[in-house]
Design a protein. Structure first.
Length: 414
């Protein structure tokens, strides 16, 4: 099933300065011997040839987008930097809020959805809801991506993937794939698939080349991040989690290049409402035209910032409501808990102790003040004891996710 002698060299298209993906013919023989359970249409997919991608080496390539695309990317970059600077002056913990929101949106693109409450519970160790647990793991991957941004290399990409899937797929998490992966038609065979990623023997070279491209300093950041993301998805270096890892790579690059310093701009929320456009942009990239992916990334950034600003406005309003409704001294730990609730809207005594040093014996006094002011409600979890939640914050996070999937964002905010 390895590469044969019928590979087609990757050459630029006529009139293009960016090379299209090449293809090679490979032979597939199904490892599945239980043919009796296959439908007749799938029996034909047991053995045959298929086309597997050969991504171009891009480390030293230059690309000049159309003037309108370049202008859109520059405008989006300026807006990202402006939003990041605005959030850097905020007292409320919007960095954590936006990081979680981006993780939820990135997961939702992969058809992984869960309520904000379920995700918050998963962050506290509740593993009863698989989707929520996977989304919580995606937050860890995003956090790892940002922490690893000072040194982007093959190992840091493996660490992002390990953070994402380590607890769910320990056999493959943090490891380059050793088998074919493909999109479309049949889960049992790449024959006739819409897209077959490069043969596994090509993955490491392609990733090394991508890392060299990522570490260049002579390319506008958003254009570079869009191209790097598309190249990563073309390589598809893992058996699972490529989309989420590839979007985490965008954030790692934005941080590494200094475009973001304070917060994670929830770009995935901008992509979420237009999955068909996203897949068409990937196809265009593979055909030798990165413009659609660059333009889509710029558009997603604008949409993400509009959605993020709406979330920030709602969180500010929630905190102001608590300031008026909760009765506590100005120096009381009650207000520290209130701020903690903004970024972690479900709490238990263990979190209060770890984050704020508040023991279980003292927790009820502060939580009673917040409950009396309508900031939290208490609930018991089987075998996990008493918890508290802020319905207002959870509702705001769910509303953010709903706006992402509907692709509806406010055009102006007061």
């Amino acid at each position: 099933m390895g590469p044969d002698d019928h590979s087609s060299a990757v050459q630029p298209r006529p009139g293009s300065v960016w090379p299209a993906v090449g293809y090679e013919r490979l032979i597939w023989e199904s490892p599945d011997r239980d043919f009796g359970t296959m439908a007749r249409s799938e029996m034909a997919l047991r053995r045959g040839s298929y086309s597997s991608a050969i991504p171009a080496d891009i480390a030293t390539l230059d690309y000049a987008p159309a003037r309108s695309v370049s202008a859109a990317a520059e405008d989006a970059s300026n807006e990202i930097a402006r939003f990041d600077a605005e959030m850097g002056t905020e007292i409320a913990p919007f960095a954590a809020i936006l990081l979680r929101s981006e993780s939820v949106a990135s997961s939702q693109i992969e058809n992984l959805s869960a309520s904000a409450r379920s995700v918050a519970m998963a962050e506290l160790g509740d593993t009863t809801k698989q989707n929520a647990t996977l989304i919580a793991a995606n937050t860890n991957a995003m956090r790892s991506a940002i922490q690893l941004s000072d040194h982007l290399d093959t190992e840091s990409i493996l660490q992002m993937h390990l953070a994402l899937l380590g607890s769910h797929e320990p056999r493959t998490a943090g490891r380059w794939r050793e088998e074919p992966v493909w999109i479309g038609r049949s889960s049992r065979s790449p024959i006739g698939a819409e897209y077959v990623a490069p043969h596994q023997s090509r993955v490491l070279h392609a990733i090394d080349d991508l890392v060299a491209y990522v570490n260049r300093e002579d390319i506008p950041v958003l254009e570079q991040a869009a191209i790097a993301h598309a190249q990563f998805e073309t390589i598809h270096p893992f058996t699972d989690g490529n989309g989420r890892t590839g979007r985490a790579l965008i954030h790692s690059m934005l941080k590494a290049k200094g475009l973001t310093r304070n917060v994670t701009v929830p770009v995935s929320s901008g992509l979420l409402g237009q999955p068909d456009v996203y897949h068409r942009a990937l196809s265009s990239f593979r055909a030798g035209s990165p413009d659609d992916m660059i333009e889509l990334t710029a558009d997603a950034a604008f949409r993400a910032i509009a959605n993020g600003r709406q979330l920030v406005l709602e969180i500010r309003q929630i905190r102001e409501t608590w300031r008026r409704s909760v009765t506590a001294r100005a120096d009381s730990a009650t207000w520290k808990i209130a701020d903690l609730l903004l970024r972690q809207p479900v709490l238990d005594t263990a979190v209060l102790n770890t984050e704020l040093g508040i023991t279980a014996n003292h927790a009820s006094r502060y939580m009673d003040q917040l409950r009396a002011g309508g900031a939290v409600t208490g609930f018991n979890v089987h075998r996990r004891g008493l918890h508290w939640k802020s319905d207002a914050v959870l509702d705001a996070l769910d509303a953010f996710a709903a706006r992402s999937s509907r692709c509806q964002f406010p055009t102006a905010l007061s």
